[in-house]
Design a protein around this ligand. Structure first.
Ligand SMILES: Cc1ncc(COP(=O)(O)O)c(C=O)c1O
Length: 405
């Protein structure tokens, strides 16, 4: 097997040393393979230090006259600016929250005023439910129709040619994923954005799975709103929503009287988790140092190696894009004669963390016919993995294969 994974701009030893959790070993002394990255990545040292540093040096509410509060203000401003650079968006339109789901739900509730009986919303069969359920509820509350861009189960890609039939002058929202947390498919925002723009609908991209793998640029891609989660890009459990500040200002989110009337904090309820915002800033500082291009190149090598290895495992079926291009190193698999949960348990015994089931990707699993069959095993790598991790997973999977003959 070619050793091409090591020939990338990512210095794996130095990179891994920055993630303390990667030093963890199983009861046989083997490093744990954290191949559950699409469910949450391990935190980088800079994020951990920033988070602990905020608490250690003193935390205070924002807007006070004293130094600790002034420091909190500056930290939040820095993190907001870093999030703006990361998501290619004006920092004045960056909203911090507890997670992507809450922020998306909050936005969808505020869109009640824009959705009337007989309108329609467009969702996709490739989305995590956090980018489906809020829109289903928005539609149900307002007697609107939900229309679906279908998933081609053989290619793992969306049939975007359907958009011309689905989107019309009554479409209010077009939502889509930046990438699939289940199949690893990377989605081009362009057809969704242009279909939405043509009829004046709001475009919404769930960038949670895309953000640790690919450059996301809200303004360059023309998407109205983008959401992501720092715990999927090496930071703490938190959420980010980014939009044009004018769009946010034009809506009326639910808020209590003391919340500010203007700015992104108008969308935040109660006191923010300042330590999580500090940690988010730390993760973003790290990503700026590494660069998304280096990450993409390294991950492409991991993807090729894993796909090549899978070809030799006759009893394992890959669901999703079979080609290495325009996908992340996230793989949904089923193994002949094994339930997905039994595979996950068996891999856990080998010191390998993987998820099984539907991982909230209800629509993709339904489209693949796997929803009522236990879903699939999900193996997910990020840039801190190397050839050894890929091979450990392949070896463990080959150990599950029914004996030949
Ligand atoms: C693609 C995708 N979207 C949305 C979510 C929900 O994110 P959060 O946990 O921040 O609400 C997840 C979480 O797994 C996800 O993978």
């Amino acid at each position: 097997m070619a050793d091409h994974v090591d020939v990338t701009d990512i210095d794996l030893d130095r990179t891994r040393a920055r993630f303390p959790a990667l030093g963890e070993t199983d009861d046989r002394g083997r490093p744990i393979v954290h191949a559950d990255a699409p469910g949450g990545t391990q935190a980088v040292d800079r994020a951990i230090e920033a988070m602990a540093g905020h608490l250690r040096t003193g935390s205070a509410n924002q807007g006070g006259a004293f130094a600790t509060s002034v420091r909190t203000d500056a930290m939040v401003d820095d993190a907001r600016r870093a999030a703006g650079r990361f998501l290619g968006t004006d920092p004045a339109g960056v909203v911090f929250g507890p997670n992507m789901t809450s922020l998306t739900f909050h936005l969808s509730n505020a869109l009640d005023e824009r959705v009337m009986t007989g309108d329609n919303l467009v969702c996709t069969q490739l989305d995590h439910d956090a980018n489906v359920s809020p829109w289903l509820q928005l539609a149900a509350r307002n007697d609107a129709e939900v229309r679906w861009v279908s998933l081609d189960p053989t290619t793992g890609r969306l049939r975007t040619d359907e958009l011309s039939q689905l989107v019309d002058e009554r479409t209010r929202v077009v939502s889509f994923p930046g990438a699939s947390n289940a199949l690893g498919t990377v989605v081009d925002p362009a057809p969704f954005v242009s279909a939405a723009k043509e009829v004046g609908a709001l475009s919404f991209m769930d960038a949670v799975h895309a953000a640790p793998h690919r450059r996301v640029h809200r303004e360059a891609s023309g998407v109205d709103v983008v959401a992501s989660s720092p715990y999927k890009f090496f930071g703490p459990h938190a959420g980010l929503l980014a939009a044009d500040p004018a769009l946010l200002a034009s809506l009326h989110p639910q808020k209590l009287r003391p919340a500010p009337e203007h700015g992104p904090e108008r969308w935040q309820t109660g006191t923010a988790s300042f330590e999580a915002i500090a940690g988010t800033g730390g993760a973003l500082e790290y990503l700026e140092q590494v660069g998304m291009r280096a990450i993409e190149v390294h991950e492409a090598a991991l993807t090729r190696r894993f796909l090549e290895g899978l070809e030799r495992l006759g009893s394992v079926t890959l669901h999703g894009p079979a080609e290495a291009a325009t996908r992340t190193p996230t793989f949904a698999l089923t193994v002949d004669g094994w339930t997905p949960s039994a595979v996950a348990s068996s891999l856990a015994d080998e010191g390998i963390n993987v998820w099984s089931g539907h991982y909230y990707a209800l629509e993709p699993m339904r489209a693949l016919g796997l929803l009522d069959a236990g879903g699939a095993v999900r193996v997910g790598f990020v840039h801190y993995h190397g050839a050894e991790d890929v091979d450990r997973v392949l070896d463990a999977l080959s150990g599950l294969a029914p004996a030949a003959g």
